[in-house]
Write a protein that binds this ligand. Structure first.
Ligand SMILES: Cc1cc2nc3c(=O)[nH]c(=O)nc-3n(C[C@H](O)[C@H](O)[C@H](O)COP(=O)(O)OP(=O)(O)OC[C@H]3O[C@@H](n4cnc5c(N)ncnc54)[C@H](O)[C@@H]3O)c2cc1C
Length: 426
């Protein structure tokens, strides 16, 4: 095994996790990342001492990413400490967001009948509600009033970023709401801290780490696989994990039908985000708000995590784009208007900002009518994929982590079997 190598294309969370897993099993591993730093969408930018993730990033306490980082011994710190009552936005006005029994009783958002109905729906989810079909089918079956339905859909968007109840699997989304209800952590130093921990673990385990190393294509030879790099160099390898987007995987691997199908069928989850660095929050500002009749989100992450100089604040505002919808021309103005509502006076305190339009949060939401791609690419022996569009478990970064682990395990088994195909590859 020691003389056999697994090459991993892509140094985001999925690729790095796969690399650490394999190297710790004693396999030779190399990672090729086209950018000049590792992390992909989990990178963090430092602007004037303010640390910007690529939009709001929460680590789910009960999700596959945290479980994997903890098992691999990757250390990080952070917290979750919203100081004020959470707000719901409806018809351009703020109300208290019902997330606990106490806030359900007091919210001005719901009448008495809706309070009972929402409590029943919330309890059903927490008790393990599930069903085949789409999340919209599940909502239809619950016979909720329009207001309660909007509220449950807003909580679903908050948990998954996905704005498309008719597309998404009810089973996966209901699981995701339960995972999110288990708590989230905002990470000190941003998600770059997680990436740094993984890179250090990979280095310590002997992984060959290559930056500014684009891979051009992966070809099949009689002897195995060949990686052709952007600089024209090529090398043969016994197994390759493509930890990149589906369209990148399809382009790299050339003529593989299952990957081409995946590109055609994938439904990307996208968001517009406005990330603000402020010289402190204006007096009376709220630190969390969720749109109920419109798909908006605002949250102050510096109440929980070290992301800014003393007294500075990082505020994330996002719009969950409907599946298939492109960002509107006024995308930034829409997000600024949410900030005006939730924290008036912010404009005088702005230090700097980051805007992302139509950013891919997840390359493929889990559909109800089609399984997500398997880590083993059918018919392509020795070729594996990983990322937030792959595998059965979890959503967004949890899916990236879970598929990274699975791809590493499948590649390891492929090598251990002397490179004979298992059932999953056929
Ligand atoms: C606005 C926003 C908010 C989010 N919020 C959350 C959240 O709150 N919680 C959560 O769990 N997740 C969240 N996510 C999702 C999370 O960031 C991603 O799911 C995760 O980082 C994806 O990791 P990955 O390794 O699958 O892909 P990527 O991070 O995209 O990594 C792929 C890597 O492959 C490299 N690459 C591509 N082509 C090549 C090539 N030919 N050769 C070499 N390298 C190549 C790329 O440069 C990149 O570094 C959010 C994402 C966004 C955009």
């Amino acid at each position: 095994m020691k003389d056999q190598r697994v090459d991993i294309v892509g140094g985001g969370l999925a690729g790095l996790i796969a690399a650490v897993e394999l190297a710790r099993k004693g396999t030779r591993v190399a990672v090729f990342e086209t950018a000049n730093e590792f992390g992909g969408r989990a990178r963090t930018r430092d602007l004037d001492g303010f640390l910007f993730n690529r939009g709001p990033h929460a680590l789910y306490c009960n999700g596959a990413l945290k479980r994997t980082l903890d098992r691999l011994g990757i250390a990080y710190t952070g917290g979750r400490n919203l100081s004020r009552a959470r707000q719901a936005i409806i018809k351009g006005r703020l109300h208290s967001l019902p997330t606990t029994l106490g806030s359900i009783v007091t919210t001005s958002l719901l009448g008495l009948g809706d309070k009972v109905s929402f409590t029943r729906a919330f309890k059903a989810i927490m008790d393990g509600a599930t069903r085949a079909g789409s999340f919209a089918d599940w909502l239809d079956g619950e016979e909720l009033s329009p207001m309660v339905r909007s509220l449950v859909e807003a909580l679903a968007r908050l948990s998954s970023y996905a704005n498309g109840s008719g597309h998404i699997s009810a089973r996966v989304l209901l699981d995701q709401i339960r995972i999110t209800a288990g708590g989230t952590i905002y990470v000190d130093g941003g998600w770059a801290s997680l990436v740094k921990g993984l890179v250090e673990a990979a280095r310590a385990a002997g992984v060959e780490l290559n930056l500014n190393a684009a891979v051009d294509r992966v070809t099949r030879t009689t002897d195995g696989l060949q990686l052709v790099l952007g600089n024209g160099e090529s090398r043969s390898s016994e197994a390759v994990i493509l930890a990149v987007a589906p369209h990148e995987a399809a382009t790299l691997a050339g003529d593989i039908t299952s990957l081409i199908d995946e590109v055609r069928e994938s439904r990307a989850v996208r968001a517009n985000t406005l990330d603000l660095a402020l010289r402190g929050l204006p007096p009376g500002a709220h630190d969390f708000a969720l749109g109920i009749d419109e798909p908006f989100y605002l949250s102050v992450h510096t109440g929980s995590a070290k992301l800014a100089p003393v007294d500075g604040a990082i505020v994330h505002i996002a719009k969950y784009l409907p599946i298939g919808e492109a960002p509107a021309k006024n995308a930034t103005e829409e997000l600024e208007a949410i900030a005006d509502l939730v924290m008036p006076g912010w404009r005088e305190r702005e230090v700097t900002r980051q805007t992302l339009r139509g950013m891919v949060v997840s390359h493929s939401l889990p559909r109800w009518d089609r399984p997500r791609a398997s880590v083993c690419v059918p018919g392509a022996f020795g070729l594996f994929v990983a990322g937030d569009w792959v595998g059965e478990e979890g959503m967004i970064a949890d899916a990236a982590a879970a598929s990274g682990v699975q791809a590493a395990q499948s590649a390891f088994e492929w090598l251990s079997r002397g490179r004979t195909p298992g059932r999953a590859h056929s």
